[in-house]
Design a protein around this ligand. Structure first.
Ligand code: SAM
Length: 231
């Protein structure tokens, strides 16, 4: 993964109290940076124990601003700041039907599940069978068995649960895939790291009556999307 230095694997040394302290400190720092604003996203980040979604040998780094390797090909759990970075501009809220492309560890799906609540729905699609199994185990273990997990190419979306209010791509792609725009509700929003030349720009799409509107947010660095609409 160009641009990120992954820390060395090691046996975990931290206690539940250490993680709790780090989780609270991380939330304070995300607020201070202006990345975290909404009360629901804050409550979700305080509730979901990120360390439980990370392989044992990387668990001590759970709250460090670095992506960490997961079982599977090129799979990572994104940096902690990624979640408010994506969910705040999306305006993810209680009751939304949310689709995540790239389940990874399952952490992002669990945070989203807390935000949308029981009135909403989280569907998450993962292309790598090993990563999918890892996420499935984590989500069940942590009490999020109601997240609808799908093994497949997320760029094709998941028509049985469409339409969606919000869609997030956690892997970089050349553009928003047409099937997903079709599965978005009117006024729905999608967010994705889009590849432009040799960089990636986090881009927010809003579905409008006459088409779509795109807004460039900031440069980012994520793993490449695989499959039909990949890089
Ligand atoms: C940055 S990671 C996801 C991090 C995840 N949100 C989390 O909280 O751990 C990106 C994931 O996208 C997956 N992926 C890549 N291309 C995909 C595709 N076409 N459909 C579904 N998943 C894909 C990768 O296997 C990887 O697990």
């Amino acid at each position: 993964m160009r641009g990120w230095i992954i820390p060395p694997p090691k046996a975990p040394t931290k206690s539940a109290a250490d993680y709790e302290r780090e989780r609270r400190a991380k939330v304070r720092s995300l607020e201070a940076q202006g990345l975290l604003k909404s009360a629901r996203i804050k409550a979700a980040l305080l509730k979901v124990r990120r360390e439980e979604f990370i392989p044992r040998e990387y668990r001590d780094y759970a709250y460090d601003e670095v992506p960490l390797p997961l079982p599977g090909e090129q799979a990572t759990i994104s940096c902690p700041h990624s979640y408010p970075l994506f969910y705040e501009p999306l305006g993810l809220e209680r009751g939304h039907r949310f689709l995540e492309v790239g389940t990874g560890s399952g952490y992002g799906a669990a945070v989203a599940r807390e935000v949308v609540g029981h009135e909403g729905l989280v569907v998450s699609i993962e292309i790598d069978p090993l990563t999918y199994e890892f996420a499935r185990h984590n989500l069940q273990h942590m009490g999020y068995a109601d997240v609808l997990l799908v093994l497949g190419d997320g760029a094709l979306g998941y028509p049985p649960a469409a339409p969606y209010d919000r869609v997030a791509f956690t892997a970089a792609c050349p553009d928003f895939p047409a099937p997903l725009i079709a599965q978005l509700k009117p006024a729905g929003r999608a967010i994705a790291p889009l590849v432009e030349d040799d960089r990636q720009i986090l881009t927010l799409l809003t579905k409008e009556p006459g088409g779509v509107r795109r807004e460039k947010l900031c440069p980012v660095l994520y793993v490449a999307l695989r499959g039909t609409y990949g890089c």
